[in-house]
Every structure is written in structure tokens, then in C-alpha cells.
Design a protein around this ligand. Structure first.
Ligand code: GDP
Ligand code: GDP
Length: 438
């Protein structure tokens, strides 16, 4: 497990970078995600008591305040949350609650990442408490009054923060693929797990998470290690009678968050249901790789075209996930169960893949030459200067443009499909961030 990541989110100028400096102290320990784009994502090594972590400040992408830039801030926050173990939401105690804060708070509440609310610029102990109290209304629990500049209050914040982080001795570089098996009750998740484990049961070691309730199962296959997330929990709960309405969607969401690759298991008899759509949405929002597993294929009457027809049906229901591969299996007979792992490997490696700036710019140049960026009614044309991949898991590309507002949805979709066609990224979502000139 690499160092857990603590994401610092918030509006511009609330004091995020000041806080990051304060938390990491040593200014020379900056680890850049990739050279040349240091302003976008800076990871800094930090520790408090016996816990180590990385702090990432995503503020570099935003230059101006509030509403106009909200969509861009949202994108940033989502990117940051996807990889974070905990988020610190920084607000400005001297300004009070703004519309921007409320918007960010509502996105944070949608997410399963724990959030600590830091009310910055609270230098005065008594006034600070009053300033901080205004932020209860954001619905994110206890506001911590702090001063990033003076350091007051940060100890209490860090004490709370490390409750969410694993002890340092549990952090080691293990090269493992984390796989979550999610789906509605009775789609065959446990059966699939059993079919997958097969004869290899002996090397199964259940590992209980410290700060979470799930139990993971670690297996080795072809000299690779896979951590199957939450599956034991699902097995344990098997004898519990699920009410018709009950669906452990929050547990599934948590498993998705911890996974590299999610197996979205669909019951061949029922097809893609509303609940499957919710899971699929969450998977793409969280930026996880995915393999769609249609189970109980043995129960379907087949002729030659059925798989194709069925796949078309699945794809059209899950159109927003057209990057994911679909496999038709039977946990009961074992048909194609072994093949799932190949798709997991492919999705995991695409999820981690990095593409050079040169290649990205070739794609942009080619795409623009076929179809130039739109011109606004005022006659102003969009221009893409260059693009670069800023992070992986999921692959995230930043496109530097003259003005993001000149690129409508259509053009953005066109660009994304060009990247898909040229770069592949099978099995993983990708993110495009359109960034204007500072
Ligand atoms: P960011 O845009 O959120 O990263 O904000 P910065 O860290 O760049 O800080 C924005 C402004 O707020 C700067 O002028 C800082 O000096 C000021 N600032 C940051 N932290 C504090 C604080 O604890 N107290 C006060 N009074 N000002 C602060
Ligand atoms: P879970 O709740 O998703 O873990 O589902 P289970 O693995 O407990 O399976 C639910 C039911 O579906 C059980 O009665 C299984 O025997 C059955 N089942 C699971 N996989 C298959 C399959 O591939 N084909 C058929 N026909 N039945 C299956």
C-alpha cells in the first residue's frame, strides 16, 4: 500500500497551500507527480505521531474565485477525492460561509471519503470559535478553527485526521491489484469468488482492516497478488435474510473506493437494473477501472447471436461506461470464470498507464485538423495549446486552452472519443480537464 493521501480541497485563497506547507514543514520533500506540471499536483510527505501520509493540494488549477469556476473546482475535487483516504476541506473563517463553500460541501457529502472541516484564518482563540461555529451549517460535522499561518489548532485537526490513516507499519510497497466484486444481492458474487478461488483456497489469508469493517482476501495468481475487497464480509452476511428493499449500496460504494478494478456483476436473467446503474455511475465517478461480468450465463437459452445481442443491450444501458469490457460467465459451471482475471489485468494496467506529452499532442493536433474547435457567437474561437497527462488511476489529462468556455459539450465529447480511439485505455475511465490561461 502506498502512503495514504490526504487531499486538501477548498475555494481559492482560503489558505490551502499555507496549510500544506504547515503540515509538511520540510519544503524540500516535494514529490512531483510528473516534471513540468508541478503547479497542478504537488504531493508532500507529512507525518503526525506514528502516521505517515502524503498531502496533495489541488489548488493550482484554479485562478479565480467562486461561481464561474465552480465546474472546474468540482472536477478538481473529484479527481482529488478519487485517490484520497481523507479530505480536509478548508474554508475561510474571516469571510464566513460562501456559495462556493456550500457547493463544495454538497459534493463532499455525496462522496464516501471522510471529510474534516478546517476553518482557517482563526488566529484569535475566542473569535476563532465563533467564526468556526458558522460552518456547522455545511453539514460536515465539527468545524476545526485553525490558523495555517500561526499553526494554532492544527494539532487538534491532525489528531482527528490520523484516526483515518493506517499505522505506518502497515504501509509497505506491495504490488497488488485491489479488486472489488460488487453487484446486487444474489447475482452470484460469493459463487464467483468461490469459483475463482477454486483449488487455491489454501493461500487465502483474510486480513482485517484496521479502520474499516471489511475483511479482504489476498490471493496469488500467476505470480501476481490480488486483494479481493469486502468479499469475505459479503460471505459472512450470506445467511442474513435481505429484506426486499435492502441493498448494501454503501458497503458496495466503500469497496469501489478502495479498488483498482471493480467487477460489476450483473445477473443474466434480470439484465442491467436500476441498482446496477447506480453502481456503474459510482464506479465511473470514482475513476475506477471496471469489468462487467454477466453471471448465470448458463440459464440463458442461446443461439449464435445471443452473446452479441446481449452485449449490445448491456452496452446501451451502460452507455456511459462504453470503455468497460463485458464477459459472460457462469459461476455454477465455471464457464469463462478463469478469463475474468485477464480482463482484470488489462484494466488494471490501462488504469495505471501513462502516455507521454508528445503522443497526447499528436492526438490533439490530428483531432483538431479533422474538426476545429467551435467559434462562439461573438466570433471567438477555442484554441488548444497543448495537453499533458497529470496523473494516472484513472488517467487524467489536462488540456491547456485559451478559454474553456469556448469548448462546448459536443467538442469535449469529440476530443474524449479521439483520445479513446488513439490511446485505448480499455477498461478504465479517463478524465479531461480543460484549463484556461491564468
Ligand atoms: P490557497 O489559494 O487556498 O492555496 O491559499 P493560500 O495558502 O495561497 O493563502 C491565500 C491567502 O490567505 C494568502 O494571502 C495567505 O497569506 C492568507 N492566509 C493563509 N492562511 C492564513 C491564516 O491562517 N490566517 C490569515 N490571516 N491569513 C492566511
Ligand atoms: P451473492 O448474494 O451475490 O453473493 O450471490 P450468491 O453467490 O450467494 O448466489 C445467489 C444464488 O445464485 C445462489 O443460489 C447461487 O447458487 C446462484 N448462482 C450463482 N451463480 C450462478 C450461476 O452462474 N448460474 C446459476 N444458474 N446460478 C447461480
Amino acid at each position: 500500500m502506498p502512503l495514504p493521501i490526504v487531499a486538501i480541497v477548498g475555494r481559492p485563497n482560503v489558505g490551502k497551500s499555507t496549510l500544506v506547507n504547515r503540515l509538511s514543514e520540510s519544503k524540500d520533500s516535494i514529490v512531483h507527480d510528473q516534471p513540468g506540471i508541478t503547479r497542478d499536483r504537488t504531493y508532500r510527505h507529512a507525518y503526525w505521531q506514528d502516521r505517515e501520509f502524503s498531502v496533495v493540494d489541488t489548488g493550482g488549477l484554479i485562478f479565480d474565485d467562486d461561481t464561474e469556476f465552480l465546474p472546474l473546482i468540482r472536477e478538481q475535487v473529484m479527481v482529488a477525492l478519487a485517490e484520497a483516504t481523507v479530505a480536509i476541506f478548508v474554508v475561510d473563517g474571516q469571510t464566513g460561509v460562501t456559495g462556493g463553500d456550500e457547493a463544495i460541501a454538497s459534493w463532499l457529502r455525496e462522496h464516501s471519503v471522510p471529510v474534516l472541516l478546517a476553518v482557517n484564518k482563526c488566529e484569535s482563540p475566542t473569535a476563532g470559535l465563533i467564526q468556526a461555529a458558522q460552518f456547522w451549517e455545511l453539514g460536515l460535522g465539527n468545524p476545526f478553527p485553525i490558523s495555517g499561518i500561526h499553526g494554532s489548532g492544527t494539532g487538534e485537526l491532525l489528531d482527528e485526521l490520523i484516526q483515518y490513516l493506517p499505522p505506518t507499519e502497515e504501509i509497505e510497497e506491495i504490488n497488488e491489484t485491489r479488486v472489488a466484486i460488487v453487484g446486487r444481492p444474489n447475482v452470484g458474487k460469493s459463487s464467483l469468488l468461490n469459483a475463482f478461488l477454486g483449488e487455491n483456497r489454501s493461500i487465502v489469508s483474510p486480513i482485517s482492516g484496521t479502520t474499516r469493517d471489511a475483511i479482504d482476501t489476498v490471493v496469488e495468481r500467476n505470480e501476481k497478488t490480488y486483494r479481493l475487497i469486502d468479499t469475505a464480509g459479503i460471505r459472512r452476511k450470506k445467511n442474513v435474510e435481505y429484506g426486499a428493499e435492502f441493498f448494501g449500496i454503501n458497503r458496495a460504494f466503500k469497496a469501489i473506493r478502495r479498488a483498482d478494478v471493480v467487477l460489476l456483476v450483473i445477473d443474466a436473467i434480470d439484465g442491467v437494473t436500476e441498482q446496477d446503474l447506480k453502481l456503474a455511475n459510482r464506479i465511473s465517478e470514482e475513476g475506477r477501472a471496471c469489468v462487467i461480468v454477466v453471471n448465470k450465463w448458463d440459464t440463458i437459452e442461446k443461439d449464435t447471436y445471443t452473446i452479441l445481442d446481449y452485449e449490445r443491450e448491456v452496452k446501451s444501458r451502460l452507455y456511459f461506461m462504453d470503455w468497460a469490457k463485458t464477459i459472460f460467465v457462469s459461476a455454477l459451471t465455471g464457464q469463462r470464470v478463469e478469463k475474468i482475471i485477464d480482463l482484470v489485468d488489462q484494466a488494471a494496467s490501462e488504469h495505471q498507464r501513462r502516455v507521454s506529452t508528445a503522443v497526447i499532442n499528436e492526438v490533439i493536433e490530428e483531432a483538431v485538423s479533422w474538426h476545429s474547435p467551435p467559434t462562439t457567437r461573438q466570433g471567438k474561437q477555442g484554441k488548444i495549446y497543448y495537453g499533458t497527462q497529470v496523473t494516472s488511476q484513472p488517467p487524467t489529462l489536462v488540456l491547456f486552452v485559451n478559454d474553456p468556455k469556448r469548448f462546448n459539450e459536443n467538442y469535449r465529447r469529440y476530443m474524449e472519443s479521439q483520445f479513446r480511439q488513439q490511446l485505448g485505455f480499455i477498461g478504465t475511465p479517463i478524465r479531461l480537464i480543460w484549463r484556461g490561461k491564468p
